[in-house]
Ligand binder design. Structure first.
Ligand SMILES: [Zn+2]
Length: 429
């Protein structure tokens, strides 16, 4: 099913023409922003120099730091009276980025979310529980308006009070839920401990954190849903930038609204399909806050083949963030790799914490992981055997020796928003 057949199945030639037209419009729009006037001048590019999509490579990149430096309204290309809403990023690393929306932006954003929701098989027959933070975080209102646009019955449950969330699913006959994957796991645990069956749930949409294929099968098994990956970032509109279709092999990104490039994060050179690098996006329809070649920090690649569903070229699932990536004794480690290993071991649960210390100039990584309830016999020699097994599996996957500490089921922190499983104490001396 398509929400907007003409745009979702646009031919390559028509798409290219549309992208060029919209890129030129976007360039024009950026000229209302002092930062872009000076950046283009510095790069020696005039808006009129951009005639083909390849010319986009002449344009300067935009970084998160530049957006932060523009706090609060320095990046807006329209007067404040045309801004009807603002959101912000979480601001965990310095000042948040403020994102402004015109009425037209809110319309475009809901349109893209509506495409995603219909793509995964949802319709006005569905009851949609939106179990993410409302407010300044874009995930809440973004999905809310997209789901309403499709005509779904929206339950704006937001986060917290898991027992009540479970009652809502059962009492309202909720068929689709949107939340973070870590909150979904928590929901499954609480549902299991209370014997709730969540029989009406069929679709799970999980985003705002990277999650692995093994977590997918875990969530699908425990919640009884088909799980879809959702990718977004507030600097664009929020969620809904890219989304899995029923093929669940890569994510569709709406090329009529986002010009996608993959670059080598070290050199800035544009990479071809099949080559993994940093995702760079130029939004093509944003009115309030146009951006040129925004460096997302997310690692992915453009896939080589068009998707059999008819919606064109996809990007691969995000395999990490350049700033989430840990460098331990010179080796690159993504938290998702650790999660993948632990989910493959029946003796331990899916909850873990990672601590990184510098001991005598050497990086030491300690991983605390909960035993699974079934594997928790309490026998000491059993504990030593499991510990060795987990450490060995991590060593194989990461190429690093780690210290593994087994802890009791239920003793590690649960996260209702974004999981914060990494504690890097190397700078704390
Ligand atoms: Zn597809």
């Amino acid at each position: 099913m398509f929400w907007n057949t003409a745009m979702e199945t646009i031919s390559a030639a028509d798409l290219e023409a549309l992208q060029i037209k919209r890129l030129k419009w976007t360039l024009h729009q950026t000229q209302n922003v002092a930062l872009y006037r000076s950046k283009l001048k510095e790069a020696g590019v005039a808006p009129g120099d951009i005639k083909t999509l390849e010319d986009a490579a002449k344009l300067p990149f935009t970084t998160k730091k530049e957006l932060q430096a523009g706090y609060p309204f320095g990046l807006l290309a329209v007067p404040l009276r045309q801004i009807v809403r603002i959101h912000t990023t979480s601001g965990t690393t310095g000042k948040p980025t403020v994102v402004g929306y015109t009425r037209g932006d809110l319309e475009s954003w809901s349109e893209l979310i509506a495409r995603n929701l219909v793509m995964v098989g949802l319709s006005d027959e569905d009851v949609f529980q939106n179990a993410v933070n409302y407010g300044l975080f874009t995930g809440g209102l973004g999905f809310h308006y997209g789901a309403e646009k499709v005509g779904m019955t929206v339950v704006p449950s937001a986060t917290g009070n898991t027992q009540r969330q479970i009652e809502m699913i059962e009492d309202f006959g909720v068929t689709a839920i949107h939340c973070t994957p870590s909150y979904a796991m928590h929901l499954a645990e609480v549902a299991e401990s209370t014997g709730a069956e969540l029989a009406t749930l069929k679709t799970g949409i999980f985003g705002a954190e990277p999650w692995s294929e093994s977590m997918r099968s875990e969530l699908e098994g425990r919640l009884g849903v088909t799980a879809f990956d959702s990718y977004g970032l507030s600097e664009m509109y929020g969620p809904g930038v890219a989304f899995e279709c029923p093929e669940r092999d890569g994510l569709h990104i709406w090329h009529d609204s986002y010009l996608v490039e993959i670059i080598d994060p070290a050199t800035g050179e544009v990479l071809g399909p099949g080559e993994r690098g940093e995702l760079v996006i130029t939004p093509l329809v944003k009115e309030a806050m146009p951006l040129l070649r925004y460096r997302t920090g997310d690692i992915t690649m453009l896939m080589e083949e068009d998707c059999p569903c008819g919606r064109g070229r996809k990007i691969a699932r995000i395999t990490g963030r350049s700033d989430d990536m840990l460098v331990i004794r010179g080796i690159n480690v993504f938290p998702s790799q650790i999660e993948h290993v632990l989910l493959g071991l029946p003796e331990v649960g899916e909850q873990f914490m990672v601590y990184i210390d510098r001991v005598k100039h050497l990086d030491e990584m300690t991983i605390e992981v909960e035993m699974s309830r079934a594997g928790f016999s309490g026998e000491l020699q059993d504990l030593a055997r499991i510990q060795k097994h987990v450490a060995g599996a991590l060593h194989n996957a990461l190429g690093l020796r780690t210290t593994v500490k087994l802890v009791e089921p239920g003793s590690l922190p649960r996260f209702e928003g974004k999981a914060r499983r990494i504690v890097d104490r190397r700078g704390a001396l």
